[in-house]
Ligand binder design. Structure first.
Ligand SMILES: [Zn+2]
Length: 302
């Protein structure tokens, strides 16, 4: 079976050349996925931008309406770290709708991936850390509203804590939030997920994978769940500008296999989202992000 991959060319929005957010990785990832035969221009699955009402179920309506009107304050824009432009707004709306669309496909096929998303620092009432809206939260709120599906599990393996997601769902017994991250990394004031695994700097592949397997065993006891959202941030890599956990490409591949096979063993539909990655070499970074898609396709092919 072919892995459903949600993609939109406008996942990449124009930024000034020296901007610290590696926006071009979305274009490089598209090329990498095409080169691997995983994505084609003819049968691309693309979302339509998420509406204001849809965003307002995961975020404060006042924040959403000001973001849609490009009327956020200077401080709010600074906390997000991306400029307030129509294309940046469009990108975030597409990314949220893309994660929801991936969830719909995952219910059919068992696994589906969004080639963007993982905006886990965006909170209910404001954005932060390159995240305008929280795509996973927006998707879960939409599914909850439709009813019949739940509870949800979020496995967040980005090197940074999924603080926005944890806060949005902290009083929601229908969503279990797990974050495995570097203890010493942003956000420096951590919030509480349902389960946080804070790892020391330079953890490395073997210790990381042990911690992951142990954690997944613990989480299985919290289930059963109806669906898992997996944030596969590759900023855990040793070469990443913002990472501290010293994983290798092979370590990341083993991580994706571990999470995917864990979900498959429980017949749990898995929605993969991209998450962070900040390697200065954007092509190398895109290849690293492509590992998730390669492993997801392999799991669907057996
Ligand atoms: Zn990150």
């Amino acid at each position: 079976m072919r892995l459903p991959i949600i993609h939109h060319p406008d996942y990449q929005a124009p930024l000034r050349d020296n901007h610290s957010f590696p926006m071009s990785k979305y274009g490089y990832l598209r090329e990498a996925l095409k080169a691997r035969g995983l994505l084609s221009d003819t049968d691309r699955l693309s979302p339509a931008p998420a509406s204001e009402a849809m965003m307002g179920r995961a975020h404060a309506p006042d924040y959403v309406s000001r973001a849609f009107a490009e009327a956020l304050s200077v401080e709010e824009v600074k906390r997000i770290g991306l400029p307030q432009t129509p294309r940046v707004l469009r990108r975030s709306r597409l990314s949220c709708a893309g994660t929801l669309l991936a969830a719909r496909f995952a219910l059919e096929t068992g696994i589906a991936c969004n080639s963007a998303g993982g905006s886990h620092h965006a909170r209910h009432e404001h954005g932060a850390g390159f995240c305008l809206f929280n795509d996973v939260a927006v998707a879960i709120r939409a599914l909850q509203r439709e009813g019949g599906l739940g509870p949800f599990l979020i496995i967040d393996c980005d090197v940074h804590q999924g603080d926005g997601t944890a806060r949005i769902f902290r009083h929601d017994p229908g969503v279990f939030t797990l974050s495995i991250h570097a203890a010493s990394n942003y956000p420096f004031e951590k919030t509480r997920s349902d389960l946080d695994i804070a790892l020391p700097d330079r953890t490395g592949d073997a210790a990381y994978l042990n911690a992951l397997r142990e954690t997944l065993d613990r989480v299985a006891a919290e289930g059963p769940f109806a669906m898992v959202f997996y944030n596969a941030g590759v900023d855990v890599h040793g070469d990443d500008r913002l990472g501290r956990l010293s994983l290798t490409d092979e370590g990341i591949r083993a991580r994706e296999r571990t999470v995917i096979s864990w979900a498959r063993a429980q017949n749990l539909p898995l929605v993969g989202v991209l998450g962070g990655g900040y390697d200065a070499d954007r092509e190398r970074l895109a290849r690293r992000h492509a590992i998730l898609f390669e492993e997801a396709q392999k799991a669907l092919s057996v």
